[in-house]
Design a protein around this ligand. Structure first.
Ligand code: NDP
Length: 498
């Protein structure tokens, strides 16, 4: 491509180059000859200007009645729906997942626009009776101000929408720093919002690298909330930096998600579920199944079927309609995954399928790795404990439900977990005991819907739940209001602690 598209920062409704004049290129991970776009390499100065624009837009935006703000989101949902094909194509080209999966990303954004848009007419507060006569009390939601959003590349439209749309309907204005590998989808989401009537300055986009553009946003004194999705290592730093200014920080981080299989499970169902949860999005989902914890009585025949299917997955450029699994997002990620495959062998696990880079024919210009399965994995091995974020499945055999749950819980993370069984008692025991924010019964570890709380425990999250009815708790402040119309200072009021 001779003239790649140039993306400028969107600040106050105007497209602007970075103050430093620096830019960076993004190439299609399935074919690095294809330049997806040129983006601004922003720094603290750009972030300053973007935050100032969002701050200037806040008084007007926050005064627009919430139902009217919601209507803009609902109109954006319709625009996203009409553009699904184009936006899916852009998404596949920038981060590699096959078109059918990219379509899912757009559908999540549509769903969130509808859900958050509807919230404009609810945004429920609380009223309670007072202890005293002639006194009324309630608690209402208010926006925080300028919120800073930092997103990863793996669900570039869905995750941006989970954060941006609840933030907007609650009355906040936004500065977003998208993942450097997949910023186009953020531009597409904001394009739909602006066409739906979002005023200039309400959402501002600053592209760039994490330390150069993300960190100044985290550290900016005029940004009271940071909502971050990404790795646990970066999230920990964001949390520490935010804590210094007593900011609200909402973190969604890594996973090492277990899928438990009991001997009475429907093995056809398990096989299909595992293949898509382990190798879908090339394993680059925070909810990907990376540990198959299977009862020893049924392990070998199940593994043989999974391997058979994995070896026949059609790996290639996601823009080809037949492709089932795309590339890894960049060379660094590919090297990291290959490094873990090497490590698994050194640790003594048995490499049963895959394990190598794919670079023949059309794959020569991309970052492709074979779907890979390890058996003989023990819970202490690093491939059983660390997030690989690639198409690598570690199979761990166990002898009982209790052991399966103990192994499942024995990692730092706790995002998604699953159990396949026909025994309702076993299902309920696992559901309660699994240390995870999301549990699936007879379904794989993927497939969350936007209208339930989403998030994890332990090193995956810090207790916030974006999406679902809890999303407004992240993006709004409670204000409790007491109205005393008794005309006198009531004695009980003086005695109360607060
Ligand atoms: P990273 O942590 O590398 O990056 C996430 C975002 O943070 C990017 O925008 C990145 O910028 C930015 N960033 C990097 N350094 C800093 C910094 N010092 N200050 C502020 N921002 C910074 O994660 P990835 O993008 O590689 O995404 C993959 C990770 O995300 C996986 O661990 C995965 O599990 C997790 N994830 C979690 C989800 C969940 O809901 N729990 C959902 C999806 C993914 P840049 O792009 O320039 O590096």
């Amino acid at each position: 491509m001779s003239n790649p598209r140039i993306f400028q920062n969107l600040i106050g409704g105007t497209f602007l180059p970075s103050r430093s004049g620096q830019t960076f290129e993004r190439r299609n991970p399935a074919d690095t000859r294809d330049i997806v776009g040129v983006f601004q390499e922003s720094n603290a100065e750009d972030v300053d200007v973007a935050v100032a624009a969002a701050k200037a837009a806040f008084p007007t935006w926050s005064q627009i009645p919430a139902p009217r703000r919601g209507e803009i989101l609902l109109r954006a949902a319709t625009i996203l729906e009409a553009r699904k094909e184009r936006y899916s194509h852009d998404l596949t080209r920038e981060m590699g997942k096959p078109l059918f999966e990219a379509g899912g990303d757009i559908v999540e954004a549509i769903g969130m626009a509808q859900y958050a848009g509807g919230e404009g007419r609810r945004m429920h507060g609380v009223t309670t009776p007072s202890e005293m006569p002639n006194k009324f009390q309630m608690s209402i939601r208010q926006p925080l101000g300028v919120v800073g959003l930092i997103t990863p590349w793996n669900f570039p439209m869905a995750i941006a929408s989970w954060k941006m749309l609840p933030a907007l309907v609650a009355g906040n204005t936004v500065v977003i720093k998208p993942g450097e590998d997949a910023a186009v989808s953020t531009y597409n989401l904001v394009e739909a919002l602006m066409e739906a009537g979002l005023p200039p300055g309400v959402v501002n986009i600053v592209t760039g690298y994490g330390p150069g553009a993300g960190q100044p946003l985290v550290e900016h004194p005029d940004v009271p909330l940071i909502s971050f999705t990404g790795s646990t290592t970066t999230g920990r730093l964001v949390y520490e930096l935010g804590a210094r200014q007593i900011k609200r920080v909402s973190l969604e981080m890594g996973g090492k998600n277990p899928l438990i299989v009991m001997p009475d499970a429907d093995m056809d169902l398990v096989m299909q579920g595992v293949v898509w949860a382990a190798f879908g999005t090339t394993g680059q989902r925070c909810t990907a199944t990376s540990r198959l914890i299977v009862h020893k009585d049924v392990a070998e025949p199940l593994v043989a079927r999974i391997i058979e299917r994995a070896q026949h997955l059609r790996v290639g450029n996601g823009l080809h309609p037949a492709t089932e699994m795309g590339p890894l997002v960049n060379e660094k990620q590919m090297q990291r995954v290959l490094g873990y495959i090497e490590l698994g062998q050194q640790e003594g696990a048995t490499l049963r399928c895959g394990g190598g880079r794919m670079s023949e024919g059309d794959l020569a210009h991309g970052w492709f790795v074979q779907p890979t399965v390890f058996t003989g994995v023990t819970p202490q091995m690093r491939i059983a404990r660390e997030e690989i974020f690639g198409p690598v499945l570690s199979v761990i055999e166990v002898a009982s439900l209790e052991e399966a749950i103990a192994v499942a819980n024995d990692v730092a993370y706790g995002l998604s977990a699953s159990i396949y069984t026909r025994d309702i008692n076993a299902a309920y025991r696992a559901m309660l005991a699994l240390q995870a924010g999301i549990v699936y019964i007879n379904a794989p570890t993927i497939g969350a819907e936007i209208h339930l709380p989403f998030g994890g425990v332990k090193a995956t999250g810090n207790g916030h739940r974006e999406a679902g009815p809890t999303m407004l708790d992240v993006f709004s402040e409670w204000k409790s209001v007491y109205v005393d119309f008794s005309g006198s200072l009531q004695r009980a009021q003086i005695d109360n602690v607060g």
